[in-house]
Design a protein around this ligand. Structure first.
Ligand code: GLU
Length: 506
């Protein structure tokens, strides 16, 4: 493996179903890795056991699998940098925290949570803005910087619980270059002394994340904008651990916004706004279902294509890209800095494009499991061909009850506007005329219909709507000649004849 090999990771915490923003982060990581012949790693960040949710890890795997963005390394795949689940790596983090204490970049803190609460309450009373454990306040707290050395040793040896906090420097500019945002600079006086090792000896997100990125030889950290405020601390940790040379490059992705642009599209927006925000259905412990794109009938290719365009564009007007094409076209410098408004209509549009691009045979195969009665594949292919242009989802292709059963209701507006005294006789004659067609195929039916118009000197606008009304019950729809062929000769004639009686009564 060359030292410069691109290695990126998607590092979700299994705290619930993966939001579509999370899938986009995974997708951009995947695209970037594949574009540079690199590795895409899945790492499960489950150090916070209090937020662990049963089934969430499996949901992450299933979502990535559905999207076709398979990790090269991860808890369910082999790899040389495992384990890939942080709870399985527990013992290795503590040493790094102690190393930081020993090199003077971190310290032991003995303050109890009650004491910390007290400090916060006092500060609030004194009308001081949010109290923080930082490079000023730490000197009045109970820690290894303020307590005598022997007392620190006694406390530790007697089993008193403590945390390890990072010792942020005084008044130092922490700078790094973000691929998407350019130079980011933060004064360390605005940072707090974050806990890096908890009282139970478990690392916090920051320590575990940095240690793992280093040990897994991560070259680029591509993640959501919500992690930008943590990046200066991570840069500092790399420096204090002696890994400055190995600091990965950062790229913080823009937020995905609600359709009206007002705020971040949150997990709670799912279904409330009338569209899913999750890739797959998710059943909560309370028995509530959050809907997912897969279960709503979206094709994974359409979902992935739509996601790729939420915050990135190829710089050309072209919008339809397969996963392979995305890999070729993707660059981080075309990812925008500003938030991307989510557009549910665009999601449907993508699905429609992918549906149209499938052959009738492919669609027939997808329809097969959806119809209860046995319908020959050939007929399903014809139905697909007939309905394709009007459908966004596979299910829409079957919104043609009349292909299977005679209509029970007839469009009233058409009856009022088109059904005249002479209509019954015209339809009767049309049925008789069609009776002489031997091969009841769309083309023949059309020719026979035109012949009928000529002979009767009636206009298309008079006869076609009545013909449609009696056979389908509708005012509009696909070609009547195709429909008639699919319905079959006998059934078409039956419907014409029995429809006359029903409609004349209305
Ligand atoms: N575990 C973090 C998350 O849940 C990972 C953030 C990162 O990629 O550094 O998003």
């Amino acid at each position: 493996m060359s030292e410069n090999k691109v290695r990126v990771r998607f590092a979700p915490s299994p705290t619930g179903p993966l939001h579509l923003g999370g899938v986009r982060t995974a997708l951009y990581n995947y695209l970037f890795a594949k574009k540079h012949s690199g590795d895409f790693i899945l790492r499960i960040e489950d150090t916070d056991q209090t937020r662990f949710v049963e089934g969430a890890e499996q949901y992450i795997i299933d979502s990535l699998t559905w999207c076709g963005i398979t990790p090269d390394e991860g808890p369910h795949t082999a790899g040389n940098f495992g384990p890939y689940r942080q709870s399985d790596r527990k013992p290795m983090y503590r040493d790094y925290a102690i190393q930081l204490v020993e090199s003077g970049h971190a310290y032991y803190a003995f303050d109890t949570s009650e004491e910390l609460e007290e400090m916060r309450a006092m500060a609030k009373k004194a009308k001081m803005a949010n109290w923080q454990y930082n490079n000023i306040t730490r000197m009045s707290m109970k820690n290894s910087l303020t307590l005598p050395e022997d007392e620190v040793a006694t406390r530790i040896n007697s089993g008193e619980s403590y945390t390890v906090r990072i010792k942020t420097p005084r008044n130092e500019e922490i700078r790094f270059q973000d691929i998407i945002r350019g130079w980011v600079s933060v004064n360390s006086n605005n940072m707090d002394d974050k806990v890096i090792l908890k009282a139970d000896n478990m690392p916090t997100y920051h320590l575990a994340n940095v240690v793992d990125d280093y040990l897994m030889k991560i070259s680029h950290v591509i993640r959501g904008e919500e992690w930008l405020p943590s990046a200066p601390l991570h840069v500092l940790l790399y420096k204090y651990l002696g890994w400055t040379e190995n600091t990965p490059q950062f790229a913080h992705l823009p937020l995905i916004l609600k359709p009206d642009g007002n705020g971040k599209l949150s997990k709670r927006d799912g279904d409330r706004l009338g569209f899913p925000v999750f890739p797959l259905n998710w059943l909560t412990q309370e028995g509530e279902t959050y809907s997912g794109y897969r279960d709503q009938g979206y094709f994974p290719e359409a979902f992935v294509n739509m996601l790729a365009f939420l915050g990135w564009n190829p710089g050309t007007p072209e919008e339809i890209f397969s996963l392979e094409e995305l890999v070729k076209a993707f660059t981080l410098d075309r990812v925008s800095k500003s938030g991307a408004k989510f557009d549910p209509e665009k999601a449907k549009w993508y699905n429609q494009q992918y549906l149209r691009s499938k052959s009738d045979q492919e669609l027939a195969k997808l329809l097969m499991p959806l119809v209860d009665t046995e319908i020959p594949e050939e007929k399903l292919a014809r139905i697909a061909s007939l309905m394709k242009e009007r459908a966004s989802f596979i299910n829409d292709l079957l919104e043609v009850d009349y292909l299977f059963d005679a209509p029970k209701t007839f469009d009233e507006k058409t009856i009022r506007k088109k059904w005249k005294d002479s209509s019954a006789e015209i339809m009767q004659n049309l049925a008789t005329h069609f009776d002489s067609i031997t091969n009841f195929e769309a083309e023949k039916i059309e020719a026979s219909f035109k012949e009928f118009l000529q002979q009767t000197e009636l206009g298309m606008g008079t006869v076609l709507p009545l013909f449609r009304l009696l056979v389908t019950g509708k005012a509009m729809g696909p070609s009547m000649f195709e429909i008639s062929e699919l319905v079959g000769k006998q059934e078409t004639l039956n419907r014409l004849r029995s429809g006359i009686a029903i409609v004349s009564e209305v």
